[in-house]
Write a protein that binds this ligand. Structure first.
Ligand code: CAA
Length: 379
């Protein structure tokens, strides 16, 4: 058992840390206030290789392992969870499944620009009435000659109005239930495809979350990934990996809030000494550090299992369940340590606290993670 990062992992960590400090930190407060998507920052993340980290270089990716990916996610999320969710969706929800299941022609046309960061992807599974209950897809696609006709509405789609390429899940045969769901690649700009307004959110406010509307959109047959009816399996397998990315995001939010709190506790003085000298604060820091380390072990282990080709669905659900709770707990304590300063934007921790909440909701709520974990136990 090796707990040490390799040289390559440390290089990724350093690159991600530098980028977060130099490029994300300067405008992060303003982007949050103005709900402004980090356009230039995402472009640079593509240039640095953060948008398709695990994709084979022959498809313009970074050819790295999942451990490298979670390390980078952690570092970026310490500062800017709005930017890191864009990275997470593109890497694990869009590129990963395409690399595994798309045809060579699809990879050539769609995966390469996504993995290199030239284009951005979105994963359109959720619907107004199909969030946790993802099998209840109402969006439908019926075959007419050489194309499908796609109709329906998707909700809460990350990168909704900013993406170029969308993975859209739709019923192709209602009589088969979830085994009648298929997955399609849809391009922005196709006739009948429009995006709703950007949601005004509690946290990750700079990220782009919209609904998507499809009215008689013609999708060529060659844009279906895999066979008809393969869509739900595809979504579940993709989410197993996606949850590792969100767990790493939660870990980063917790670690970021903790680092801000440690630094502040050494500067801020009360009763004649830095607050870090008060046991009330020391105990908080000890609890925060311990739970962050436990979350990190779960996240890294899930990533490592995926890299070993082992089953990781159970481990990724555990990592997300635990790390997202730690993100909530630690960010609340970081605000408390900052006192009144923690309640204003300038000190970053209130943003991290707001950002933390979504990690208990998207890519499967904490309750869904418990379903996945308990089914694994009782299987
Ligand atoms: N891995 C692989 N396969 C899985 C799976 C998993 N984790 N979970 C379920 N499946 C498979 C089952 O084996 C079953 O396959 P078969 O029919 O071949 O046996 C099939 O999927 C249906 O599963 P169930 O019978 O268990 O269906 P269910 O309705 O009881 O439960 C669920 C399904 C696990 C609750 C599923 O609906 C689910 O995961 N819901 C949460 C959806 C979700 O995470 N949405 C996130 C949206 S994306 C997002 O948030 C992106 C973003 O913005 C950042």
């Amino acid at each position: 058992m090796h707990f040490e990062l390799t040289e390559e992992h440390r290089a990724v960590q350093e690159a991600a840390r530098d980028f977060a400090k130099n490029d994300l930190l300067p405008g992060v407060i303003e982007r949050d206030i103005e709900c402004r998507f980090p356009v230039d920052e995402i472009k640079k993340m593509g240039e640095l290789g953060f948008m398709g980290m695990m994709v084979d270089p022959k498809y313009s990716g970074g050819g790295m392992d999942t451990v490298s990916y979670v390390i980078a996610m952690e570092e970026l999320s310490k500062i800017d969870a709005s930017a890191s969710v864009v990275m997470s969706v593109n890497n694990s929800l869009v590129c990963w499944g395409m690399e595994k299941y798309a045809s060579e022609a699809q990879k050539e046309k769609y995966l390469k620009p996504l993995a290199s960061g030239q284009k951005l992807g979105a994963f359109a599974l959720s619907e107004p009435e199909a969030g946790s209950d993802a099998t209840s897809q109402k969006t439908e696609a019926y075959l007419e000659g050489d194309h499908y006709v796609l109709n329906g509405t998707k909700n809460w789609i990350t990168n909704g109005s900013k993406a170029d390429t969308y993975l859209v899940f739709a019923q192709t045969d209602h009589s088969k239930g979830h085994k009648g769901i298929s997955v399609f690649i849809v391009e922005k700009g196709w006739e009948g495809f429009s995006q709703g307004h950007k949601e005004d959110k509690l946290g990750i406010r700079a990220s782009d979350t919209t609904s998507l509307m499809f009215t008689d959109v013609k999708v060529p047959v060659e844009n279906r990934i895999g066979e008809e009816g393969f869509g739900f399996k595809y979504a579940m397998e993709t989410l197993n990996g996606g949850r590792i990315g969100i767990a790493a995001q939660a870990l980063g939010i917790a670690a970021g809030a903790y680092e801000f709190a440690v630094a502040y506790s050494k500067e801020r003085k009360t009763f004649g000494k830095p607050i870090s000298q008060h046991q009330a604060i020391q105990f908080k820091l000890a609890d925060m550090a311990t739970t962050i380390e436990a979350a990190r072990l779960l996240v890294y282990k899930a990533a490592w299992l995926k890299d070993q080709g082992e089953d990781y669905s159970h481990a990724s659900a555990m990592a997300k369940l635990y790390a997202s709770q730690v993100a909530m707990d630690v960010s609340i304590e970081a605000v408390q340590i900052h006192g009144g300063y923690g309640y204003v934007r300038e000190y970053h921790v209130e943003r991290l606290m707001r950002d933390a909440k979504i990690t208990q909701i998207y890519e499967g709520t904490s309750e869904i993670q418990k379903i996945v974990i308990s089914r694994g136990i009782l299987r």
